[in-house]
Ligand binder design. Structure first.
Ligand code: 147
Length: 659
């Protein structure tokens, strides 16, 4: 009786490739973008920056990611900010904007085999149709994406392996076919289309009815699938991916959600890749989904960073597999454990290496952000015996063991501990499994828990702060200024550098982010907890396509996709009309005070704003405009600048001081 040998919850599990293989493993990845999630990483001190990138990308060191997915910037707010488009306008092209190019090169430098995947969340305004979608001129939209793929090759020597459609937004079948043809025509026949990066598998239904569509698509990618796909999606013999998953903020359940998902996306849903949102929480505290990266590094001024257990949970799979390995078949090396949890077995193409990954995550320590998780039970202890058959039995006599226990309030965690070799006797191998554990048993010997001697301590955003933009190259996006709506880049006239807002019309917004439907821009900087603060900025409207008003804001909590409903003290200056207004919101629905501006130079005019205690005063140049009491609800926040509506404006000499 099995019950007497293994205990009531024990089990014996076949590991056998003589029946053939399951699907091919496509790799574990993570996403930079959707949006601006890596914003603060690029100006970290070089030493710490390199360490962080090692934890993410270096093989046999940390998360050792196998796929790197990035946002194709669309000049739109896409969760934590806006990533610049390579084409702000139909007449504009630039392949050096933002930080994704840089980050892809850092990834490739560490791991030349890492696969790259690009996906737009939104598109610049010139591609917008009457329904606020990019399908008015489908060829133009395809050309726009192909230009990005080509820019990657020409300017950065980066080959895009995969390309997506439109993040979590309605797809267009003609567009998918057109994109395929356009990629082929431009020589990118090897850049594969993943569709459709939505929640669900509707695209598979369309592909069953349309051979050309089916041929255009390499694999189906769904978001937050809750480890499940559909029989229809699985029937088409295409890779199925969880092309965005996880989004955990909570350090208590994040690693557990990840461990369960990485295994069970294959066990339950036949998904051969899981791509984690997001790769690194490098955005200000106070922005949405803070700490929702597999790592956190949001203090470029201090160099401080955090390496959470997520890194080591990822390592349990990535350090012992490669893209192209085969999963065994369900029931022959893939399945659920009798006492709760799951296991997967993968084998290298030459059949010389074998890796078993086991997780016993309980319900409460592995709840993901979405979807809801139905109740299930995991026992406190169970013995799992793996019975190798056929050539596997002949070939393998010992496996290296790596162990983690997911920590939560009751139990301390263990992360990626090497427990030495485990002997396989006559094809049989037993492990005692506790609850909330992750195990890797593998012939691969290169597993390694990377580390660095020390990490600098955490510090607050440094004050006083001065930014004159002279240290940047033209076209660069200034550090620390976290553009939320609109795109801001350094420009130069007569040897003077300054920051310019360059978006001229409302872009095609990301479907889930309605702030992108408004005609206004916003760029935040500093510390979300600032209360008493003084800021000055020089502004200028010059040349064509200028905006009507520019603003400086303090105590602003406006950010992300809900920037319209948050508050702040926004001092709007209308140079042409020589007037100002102070509102407590970005959209100027609540005006606190307004009036004339006595002196306007129409050259560089300086806006000054100070909040101290319950009073705020503002000035333009040397004229004090108001000194009034602050509504009690407006207590803290970043400093911000922006325009209303879109249109160009220059900003220079931003000074922030404590008061
Ligand atoms: C996703 C986005 O693709 C990411 O950029 C990021 O915002 C992430 C945060 O969890 O969420 O967007 C989703 C929006 C809505 C749903 C799922 C993902 N939804 O309603 O299920």
């Amino acid at each position: 009786h099995l019950c007497c040998i293994y205990g009531i919850n024990g089990g014996s599990y076949k590991v056998d490739n003589s029946v053939g293989y399951g699907r091919t493993f496509d790799g574990i990845g993570a996403i930079s973008g959707g949006g601006a999630t890596s914003k603060l990483l690029i100006n970290y001190p070089t030493e710490q920056r390199s360490q962080i990138l090692d934890y993410l990308f270096k093989p046999n060191f940390g998360a050792s990611l196998q796929i790197f997915k990035v946002e194709i910037g669309g000049d739109i707010q896409s969760t934590d900010g806006t990533e610049a488009s390579h084409m702000h306008n139909s007449w504009d092209e630039n392949y050096n904007r933002g930080y994704e190019w840089w980050m892809m090169k850092e990834a490739k430098m560490r791991n030349p085999d890492i696969k790259l995947y690009g996906l737009p969340w939104g598109f610049p305004g010139f591609l917008k149709d009457a329904y606020d979608r990019p399908w008015g001129n489908i060829q133009s939209t395809a050309d726009y994406v192909v230009k990005w793929v080509n820019g990657a090759r020409v300017y950065h020597n980066l080959t895009m392996d995969y390309i997506g459609i439109w993040n979590e937004s309605p797809y267009n079948i003609t567009y998918i076919k057109t994109l395929r043809k356009s990629l082929d025509n431009a020589g990118f026949g090897k850049t594969m289309i993943i569709a459709s990066d939505q929640n669900g598998w509707d695209i598979a239904g369309d592909a069953t009815k349309d051979a050309e569509l089916n041929n255009a698509i390499f694999g189906f990618g769904s978001h937050y699938p809750g480890t499940n796909s559909t029989p229809e999606a699985a029937s088409l013999n295409k890779p199925l991916w969880a092309s965005e998953d996880w989004s955990c903020v909570d350090p208590l359940v994040g690693p557990g959600c990840l461990a369960r998902t990485l295994n069970q996306n294959y066990v339950n849903g036949y998904m051969t890749s899981t791509i984690i949102w997001n790769i690194i929480s490098s955005y200000y505290y106070g922005l949405p989904w803070y700490n929702s990266g597999i790592m956190t590094a949001s203090e470029p001024w201090s160099g401080h960073y955090i390496v959470p257990q997520n890194i080591w949970v990822t390592a349990h799979t990535t350090q012992f597999t490669s893209i192209g390995w085969k999963y065994l078949k369900h029931g022959y090396g893939v399945g659920k454990l009798n006492g709760g949890g799951s296991y997967v077995v993968l084998i290298s193409p030459d059949e010389q290496d074998l890796t078993i990954i086991i997780e016993t995550l309980s319900h409460d320590s592995s709840i993901c952000t979405r979807p809801p998780l139905a109740p299930y039970n995991v026992v406190a202890g169970q013995t799992a015996t793996f019975e190798l058959a056929g050539i596997l039995k002949q070939r393998f006599t010992s496996l290296n063991t790596w162990y983690s226990r997911i920590g939560y309030y009751k139990f301390p965690s263990v992360s990626f501990k090497n427990r030495g070799p485990l002997t396989i006797q006559d094809g049989s191998l037993s492990v005692q499994l506790g609850k909330d554990e992750v195990w890797t048993l593998s012939t691969v010997k290169s597993g390694f828990k990377g580390s660095f001697p020390s990490v600098p301590g955490s510090k607050r955003f440094p004050l006083p702060y001065i930014e004159d933009f002279e240290g940047y190259k033209v076209g660069e996006e200034p550090f620390n200024l976290a553009q939320q709506v609109g795109s801001f880049e350094v420009d130069q006239i007569n040897n003077v550098k300054f920051m310019k807002q360059v978006v001229l019309e409302t872009p095609v917004h990301w479907f889930y982010c309605l702030i992108g439907t408004y005609n206004t821009s916003l760029n935040v900087i500093g510390d979300y907890t600032w209360q008493d603060i003084r800021a000055d900025v020089a502004v200028k409207l010059d040349g064509e396509n200028t905006t009507d008003s520019v603003y400086l804001s303090v105590r602003t909590t406006a950010c992300g996709c809900q920037a319209d409903i948050e508050s702040g003290l926004f001092l709007f200056f209308f140079p042409k009309e020589q007037r100002y207004l102070l509102s407590s919101d970005l959209l100027r629905k609540n005006i606190l005070v307004s009036g004339k501006v006595p002196t306007v130079t129409h050259d560089w005019d300086v806006i000054k704003l100070q909040a101290k205690g319950d009073h705020v005063w503002g000035a333009v140049n040397n004229d004090m405009l108001f000194n009034i009491s602050i509504p009690v609800s407006i207590s803290h926040g970043w400093v911000a600048v922006g325009t209303y509506p879109f249109g160009t404006a220059y900003f220079d000499d931003l000074h922030i001081n404590p008061v």
